[in-house]
Design a protein around this ligand. Structure first.
Ligand code: MN
Length: 341
């Protein structure tokens, strides 16, 4: 319960915050918000992540507040609490996670992803609330319970979490809480459009050309209800100036095709090393497939890091997707045209 966590934090002196690897707008916004909120309460707070945030998040002053963990170089001092945001899978925070378990009295997750059906479970006392559309919303509630007064910096960070994970309010689940929280945040965040621009209007001509190439390589299957998007390492030449996480934009673009039920993006990150991303329109769950590759995520948006050969993985993924999409109902209103004898 968030209330219990707030109680524990009230008496804590030191807190270290982290998030999953390939950190994103939700995890970063949540940790920047908690960082400033807990500092207001006089806590010694530090953010340590396993990788560097993409440049587009620099408006949150990520360079100033976030340390990147380098084993044997960056030390984690004895700390009361480690709070890991936007994941409940410690493997996505390694090798830092093992280090935190040694140096922190308690390591807890604050997250909105479903628990893995196979794989590690979160530490007890963790807050996992899948009704939240973003982890930032849980941090908002936690800061409320702690009596921290919002300010422009905290509001901007939480607003970043929300608009990133909901993709500008396209995926808000059913609860009104996301909009109610934002209504409060907008009393302090006077330029929300700036946040939208930082997060979404980040294209360059190079990137648009990269997207054009990628889009032309997409395979459409099962009457254009499945899309398979291959991305090879050579697509990410240093000249392209692209961060690997920008590849996520392609799958979101492809999901804008009305007929597509599921899309899979297979991105080559190194020799025989891939990241799989899965998206579903909302009828077919895609978490099980991600879990079959030791991945995780949400029911309708999930992913996995995979070792294997491209052709084998492509074959396995496409087969699985084809099995997941039910056959089309036979349409009776179409009368086959016959040629006159
Ligand atoms: Mn999230």
């Amino acid at each position: 319960m968030l209330k219990n966590l707030a109680e524990k934090l009230r008496s804590a002196h030191s807190v270290v915050l982290s998030t999953h690897r390939q950190c994103d707008g939700d995890g970063l916004g949540a940790q920047i918000a908690l960082f400033h909120g807990l500092r207001k309460l006089g806590k010694a707070v530090r953010i340590v992540n396993v990788d560097r945030p993409s440049r587009k998040y620099s408006y949150l002053e990520t360079d100033r507040w976030i340390d990147v963990f380098v084993p044997a170089v960056v030390k984690i001092e004895a700390t009361d609490f480690a709070l890991i945001l936007d994941t409940n899978d410690g493997r996505l925070v390694e090798p830092l996670f093992s280090e935190l378990q040694k140096s922190c009295r308690e390591v807890l997750f604050i997250d909105h992803h479903p628990l893995l059906t196979k794989g590690p479970q979160p530490t007890s006392g963790s807050i996992i609330d899948i009704s939240a559309a973003s982890t930032g919303e849980l941090c908002y509630q936690l800061l409320q319970l702690l009596g921290v007064e919002l300010d422009a910096t905290i509001a901007r960070a939480i607003y970043t979490s929300v608009v990133f994970d909901t993709q500008l309010f396209r995926f808000v689940k059913s609860a009104p809480q996301t909009h109610l929280i934002c209504a409060d945040l907008l009393k302090y965040e006077r330029h929300p459009e700036e946040v939208h621009r930082h997060l979404f209007a980040t294209y360059t001509v190079e990137k648009m050309m990269f997207l054009a190439r990628a889009v032309s390589n997409v395979e459409y299957l099962a009457n254009e209800r499945i899309a398979f998007i291959p991305l090879r390492a050579e697509d990410f030449t240093p000249k392209s100036g692209l961060d690997r996480d920008e590849s996520g934009d392609i799958i979101d673009q492809i999901m804008n095709i009305g007929s597509i039920e599921i899309a899979a993006l297979l991105r080559e990150d190194g020799p025989n090393t891939y990241k799989l991303s899965l998206r579903s329109r909302g009828k077919i769950e895609v978490l099980t497939l991600a879990e079959s590759f030791d991945g995780g995520g949400h029911s309708f948006a999930s992913g996995a890091y995979i070792i294997g050969r491209f052709d084998d993985l492509r074959f396995r993924i496409i087969n699985a997707l084809e099995e997941m999409v039910p056959p089309l109902a036979v349409t009776s209103h179409v009368t086959p045209r016959r040629l006159a004898p």
